[in-house]
Ligand binder design. Structure first.
Ligand SMILES: Cc1ncc(COP(=O)(O)O)c(C=O)c1O
Length: 387
């Protein structure tokens, strides 16, 4: 798909719901739990909104189109989507995960799915050449993030997918950080794509949502049944908010990527930042692979605050950038992974993952670049510990 075609799909893809009635230009919100049924015994297209809803259906068709898949599903959060995907597996199955998987996904496996006999193991997905040795007969899937959260490590999705397929395992790609505008894992060999659509797809910090896209009809059939049975579906109004958010995805991501690149370069030369992690920097370890498989590095970057600066003072002094857990919105946010997104990961595991207590993750929004840099500079000044 060309960039141009993709941008047009963002505005028009999936929508045909109202063609028959009033000709509304935007997708109507079918705020209904159930539907009047016709002749008894004939199966209507819509019978109950846990199974299907026209507004949600538009969004589900659109995510399938945008990810170049054939089937799409919308859930009430990213975690509800990941839970539904994990329900495809059973007792005795093993899932491989990267070192710095999103803390909530890690907790879901470690605290909850463990009780049902689904096991997990950490592997280095950035080293696809050595992945072959990691599979056991019980390995059924790799849950991949590229770039990862919060260290922005890049994995070669095509190489990981080839390795997984050699061993009969599926690749589930969490594409939250780049969105389908910048990266489409199904075209690189992944089997299932999942999003916390709360982030870039929604784009405005006003909705929690999860989206899934895939190509395989059998898998899709099973996931549809899980969605219907477990019921963590996205409501009609929230589906509408995502459809609206998607219309500006390309514009937002272009701006956020451009500003994040500038800020990453600027931080590299700043005495307050010891290490900068951003796959859009030419000297970043993931730069080449990311440049090959994605159309940009996105709006997220992380850095380690130097010991000569107070971490609490740095966060307290920010005023344009909001200290907050999330990312992917028009507002810039700063996250302290050790106490926020990865607080549920035990400190030893965090250290093993390479997440230092001085790591700060910035999710760059669409504010003016100078305001963002000035805000960071003010925070560095306020946080500097006098010798
Ligand atoms: C990479 C990633 N996946 C999944 C999730 C979970 O999504 P949600 O918060 O929408 O449930 C998050 C949330 O931060 C995330 O960053």
């Amino acid at each position: 798909m060309t960039k141009d075609e993709f941008e047009t799909l963002l505005v028009h893809g999936g929508y045909s719901a109202d063609e028959k009635s009033y000709g509304a230009l935007t997708t109507p919100i079918y705020q209904t739990a159930t539907y009047r049924q016709g002749e008894i015994g004939t199966l209507p297209e819509f019978d109950y909104s846990r199974s299907a809803n026209p507004t949600r259906g538009t969004l589900e068709r659109q995510i399938a189109l945008l990810e170049e898949g054939s089937h799409g599903y919308a859930f009430s959060s990213g975690m509800a989507a990941i839970t539904a995907i994990l329900l495809l597996f059973g007792s005795g199955d093993e899932i491989l995960i990267p070192r710095d998987l999103y803390g909530g996904s890690y907790r879901l496996l470690d605290v909850h799915f463990k009780n049902f006999g689904l096991t997990w193991r950490i592997v280095d997905t950035t080293d696809a050449a050595r992945l072959d040795d990691e599979f056991s007969p019980n390995t059924k899937a790799i849950l991949l993030e590229s770039p990862t959260n919060p260290l922005l490590r890049v994995s070669d999705i095509a190489a990981v997918s080839s390795a997984a397929h050699r061993h009969g395992a599926l690749v589930i790609a969490d594409n939250t950080f780049l969105s389908p505008y910048l990266q489409r894992p199904l075209t690189l060999g992944a089997d299932i794509v999942v999003h916390s659509a709360t982030k870039y797809i929604g784009g405005h910090n006003d909705v929690l949502a999860g989206l899934v896209a895939l190509k395989d009809d059998d898998l899709a059939e099973r996931l549809l049944m899980i969605q219907k049975s477990s019921g963590g579906v996205l409501g009609p109004f929230d589906s509408y908010l995502l459809i609206r958010g998607l219309k500006t995805l390309a514009l937002r991501m272009d701006r956020e990527t451009q500003s994040a690149t500038e800020i990453a370069r600027w931080l590299q030369g700043h005495p307050g930042a010891d290490r900068v992690f951003y796959p859009g920097l030419e000297d970043d370890i993931g730069y080449a692979v990311n440049a090959r498989q994605a159309d940009g590095a996105g709006g997220l970057l992380s850095f380690e605050l130097s010991e000569r600066y107070s971490l609490p003072a740095f966060f307290a002094a920010l005023s344009v950038i909001t200290p907050a857990e999330s990312l992917g919105s028009v507002e810039s946010m700063a996250c302290h992974p050790a106490t926020m997104s990865h607080a549920s990961v035990p400190p030893e595991t965090r250290a093993e993952m390479g997440i230092s207590d001085r790591l700060i993750r910035l999710a760059i929004g669409i504010e003016g670049l100078s305001s963002l840099k000035e805000d960071l500079e003010r925070a560095f000044d306020a946080a500097r510990i006098e010798p």
